[in-house]
Design a protein around this ligand. Structure first.
Ligand code: EPU
Length: 446
């Protein structure tokens, strides 16, 4: 094993990453298309027989999974650097065997239901993958499709939806779910008549999907009060689109900069998608400079505790929570974090406590308001006492965002940390090792 004088020493072997921390990360990384927008736009291509071109495509696992799924359905997917061309002229209905192959790999296949119903009148329902951060049901999805006129045929392992036609209607979501909002939009664009979706999610990634659909010929209105109105159209066309940059990755690097007391320029990061994050980052003691081509992040003063409550957009994203908590372990004072989107998104803190953090979990809503988890016995509030020096440990990565957060913690810790199951991070962060190297870390093959 080589020893070096650079900021951190990192070794990789199979699915393990070993990091020697304690030094700042300094330099530049570039981000590309949002992991939570790209695969949904790929699903939208199923709605047309004309060729579609996606640009600013990042190299993350969900893009590969959906590309393979489209190929298995008879579509053509051509990959060029940063670009995808998809042609679904010869699309076939989903075979149960194809669905089985992709079930469990990602949550995106559930979104194929609307487009497949529009094209073939039948859509098998996948069992889903994705990060284990709570139960993550799909009841809103199925109920909304039934309200649009689909019939549910339930059979163990072989449930499916059927509809000769979908019809526009009024749909209300019990909670502004991102996936269920996308489900309704992708189904209602080809339905007959008008669909009015209330209590919809309005995340920037959803707006990007709506922009694509508008290019394809759809008519979709987004009102200020979480109401989205979709006027069904009979035909949709091909498109060319450059996907919005990944605001989750941008925030993750910002947290890495402030936690390691370094300085990182995130090329392509956009202020407009990150305003809530930037406000909290500044309250914490982080500083940033917004430039034409990206945002630079660093520590502006001693970090001090802040209260944090996750929420749907335009609130503080649940996916920003984990990397931000690592920064809070280095802040002076007591921070209170209330997670209101997922009931079980604090599983990762036990390992941080092993590294020296002082984080305690509570079942009560410790935020400024009550959330739907308060009465349901979930450990969904955290109290973080800081600053606490972190030291290296051996840690198993349970989910994507926790994974990147452990990388930050390891980079800030004294000594060596060994992270297992590290390939999970590739679901949302492209070229992780190359980027860490560019920021002063060194990767040594074991
Ligand atoms: N929910 C239901 N029933 C449903 C759907 C959702 O009860 O039918 C609940 C969920 O259990 C959860 C809440 O509603 O408590 C929000 O879930 P949502 O549907 O909004 O999440 P999602 O669409 O499954 C996407 C992102 C997540 C991100 C959330 C919230 C993708 C592929 N995933 O998930 O991203 O945390 O929205 O913004 O877009 C990540 O990138 O690491 C990640 C987990």
């Amino acid at each position: 094993m080589a020893s070096t004088s650079t900021a951190a020493v990192i070794e990789t072997a199979a699915d393990i990453l070993t990091i020697r921390g304690g030094k700042p990360l300094v330099g530049e990384v570039a981000i590309r298309g949002a992991k939570n927008a790209l695969p949904k736009i790929m699903v939208a291509t199923l709605l047309t027989a004309e060729p579609c071109i996606l640009r600013n495509v990042s190299d993350v696992a969900d893009v590969d999974i959906i590309a393979d799924l489209i190929r298995a359905l008879g579509g053509e997917v051509t990959r060029r650097p940063g670009e995808l061309e998809i042609n679904n002229a010869n699309l076939q209905p989903m075979e149960r065997s194809v669905l089985k192959e992709f079930s469990g790999k990602s949550r995106i296949p559930i979104l194929t239901c609307g487009p497949l119903l529009a094209r073939f009148g039948v859509a098998p329902i996948p069992s889903l993958g994705g990060c284990r951060i709570g139960p993550r049901p799909v009841d809103f999805h199925i109920r909304a499709l039934q309200e649009l006129g689909a019939e549910l045929h339930e059979e163990p392992g072989a449930s499916q939806l059927n509809a000769t036609k979908l019809y526009g209607t009024k749909i209300h979501l019990d909670y502004p779910s991102v996936g269920a909002t996308e489900q309704v939009i992708l189904a209602a664009v080809r339905a007959e008549g008008v669909t009015e979706l209330s209590n919809a999610a309005v995340e920037p990634e959803i707006i990007d999907l709506i922009c694509v659909l508008q290019k394809m010929g759809a008519i979709i209105m987004v009102d200020t009060d979480r109401v989205i109105t979709i006027v069904g159209v009979p035909v949709l066309h091909g498109f060319q689109h450059s996907t919005i940059p990944d605001r989750l990755e941008a925030a993750s690097w910002a947290c890495a900069a402030v936690t390691t007391n370094g300085r990182i320029f995130v090329r392509n990061a956009r202020q407009i998608d990150m305003m809530t994050f930037l406000n909290k980052f500044r309250q914490l003691g982080g500083d940033f400079a917004i430039r034409e081509d990206g945002i630079e992040f660093w520590r502006g003063r001693e970090l001090t505790s802040v209260p944090l409550e996750t929420d749907v957009h335009p609130g503080f994203m649940t996916d920003w929570q984990q990397p931000f908590v690592i920064a809070l372990t280095q802040a002076q004072g007591v921070s209170v974090v209330h997670e209101t989107v997922y009931e079980e998104r604090f599983g990762y803190v036990a390992a941080l406590n092993k590294m020296g953090a002082r984080i305690q979990l509570y079942r009560e809503c410790l935020g400024s308001r009550k959330c739907r988890f308060g009465q349901r016995n979930y450990l969904h509030s955290a109290v973080i006492a800081g600053p606490t020096p972190l030291h290296g440990e051996r840690i198993y990565i349970p989910d994507l965002r926790a994974g990147f957060s452990y990388v930050i913690a390891a980079l800030a810790a004294e000594g060596v940390s060994t992270l297992e199951n590290v390939s999970l991070i590739g679901r949302g962060y492209e070229n992780l090792y190359a980027k860490l190297r560019a920021l002063g870390a060194e990767i040594v093959e074991v």
